[in-house]
Design a protein around this ligand. Structure first.
Ligand code: SF4
Length: 384
């Protein structure tokens, strides 16, 4: 048995219990002691429980906003940038934003959803998106993704029920680390988030969705939630809004989503549609969208039973800075939603919660985050 002083500390953040036990065994630490240490970090928020040791994230900014369901909390963590890509500007850190969103569940119980980032910035270049303005700085490691959960639970003191990958970045652009993070977050000895309570949202990287199709056929993964950020009703307008559509178009998306439905036993896929006035909100757009959704209105896994495999979330656009478009009026949203409903589409009209930080993937990215590419840390950017 190794003495505590001799053991090299190991951070379990981003590791499953099994991986942590194996790492501890290399240091001569037994499985029982390793498990206690793992649980102390994950469940009790203890930073040092030999052989486990973590460096708690540094929260440099946080903001609370009251909403009907409680308080939305946005917090920004400062992480070392291992590549020091911005060092020539005197910056060797990355800031990432996460959001805790209160919700009221169907049973009336209050729950909290954590919106996590998978990258710093994003390479996808969606026209409506705040994060796209940064470009891609780097992808986060599994530990940095799980670290957002740890900070939410143990620095903010909020019990997290659901996790959505809708923060900065395209999760399928960093899929290995995202899958490792999910493995860790669902570990029953640690964070213990049910697989059904985790959702990956994508702009539609079909190569990544093919890999997800394989992944959800592995034991324990079938209930992983999926969301597609669609935002357009035809290829021409989608390619303008979301460059990824030049590579994989709406027909490609329809095909892979149908395949995913089958391997996931008919489970619904959330389709996200950010409604932008004058861009994608006409009645013709609603008709085209209903047509595109029509294959999802039947359940391919049940020949006779009724069912639907797609749920459309209509999200009123929340203008990014320097946006050429305004937010839609209530009447514009009503008109669009009513038309979809008249076609038999299942529509959920998302209410704005403050900045509506859950609005599809990547409406995160504050002025401070963007500015931080060129402005070193000042006292005004400290936690407020
Ligand atoms: S919407 Fe999502 S994928 Fe598109 S640029 Fe923003 S973060 Fe990236």
């Amino acid at each position: 048995m190794a003495r505590a002083d001799d053991i090299q500390p190991i951070s379990p953040i981003g590791m499953t219990l099994e991986a942590f036990v194996a790492a501890c065994a290399d240091e001569g630490v037994g499985a029982g002691r390793a498990k206690d240490a793992y649980q102390a970090v994950y469940r009790d928020g203890i930073e040092h429980a030999a052989p486990a040791q973590i460096t708690p994230p540094t929260i440099v900014k946080r903001h609370e906003e009251p909403v009907n369901e409680g308080v939305t909390i946005k917090f920004v963590q400062r992480l070392p940038n291992p590549e020091h890509r911005l060092k020539h500007r005197g910056i060797d850190f990355d800031d990432i934003e996460s959001v805790i969103i209160p919700m009221i569940g169907r049973s009336g119980r209050k729950t909290h959803t954590l919106c996590v980032s998978s990258q710093v910035g994003c390479a996808m270049g969606c026209d409506f998106c705040e994060t796209a303005q940064m470009g891609l700085i780097r992808s986060l490691s599994a530990a940095e993704i799980v670290g957002q959960w740890w900070a939410a639970c143990h620095l903010e003191g909020i019990e997290i029920d659901n996790i959505v990958f809708m923060g900065m970045g395209e999760p399928l652009d960093n899929l290995d680390e995202v899958l490792s993070a999910i493995e860790c977050l669902t570990d029953r000895s640690g964070a213990s988030i049910p697989m059904a309570n985790i959702t990956i949202s994508t702009v539609g990287r079909v190569d990544g969705l093919e890999r997800i199709k394989e992944q959800v056929q592995k034991p324990g993964w079938k209930r992983l939630g999926l969301a597609l950020s669609l935002n357009a009703s035809n290829d021409e307008s989608r390619s303008q809004l979301m460059p990824i559509n030049n590579k994989w178009n709406m027909k490609d998306l329809q095909r892979i989503l149908q395949e995913l439905r089958v391997v996931r036993g008919g489970r619904k896929i959330m389709i996200e549609y950010v409604l932008i006035p004058g861009v994608n909100d006409s009645l013709t757009n609603a008709d085209e969208l209903a047509d595109w959704m029509s294959p999802f209105l039947k359940d391919p896994t049940r020949k006779k039973a009724k069912g639907h495999g797609g749920l459309l979330n209509v999200i009123p656009y929340n203008p990014r800075r320097d946006s050429p478009w305004p937010a839609p009026t209530e009447e514009q949203v009503d008109r669009f939603v009513d038309r979809l409903v008249s076609h038999g589409v299942f529509v959920n009209r998302r209410r704005t919660k403050g900045r509506d930080t859950m609005a599809a993937c990547g409406q995160l990215g504050t002025a401070e985050i963007r500015k931080r590419q060129i402005v070193p840390l000042t006292s005004s950017s400290q936690r407020d």
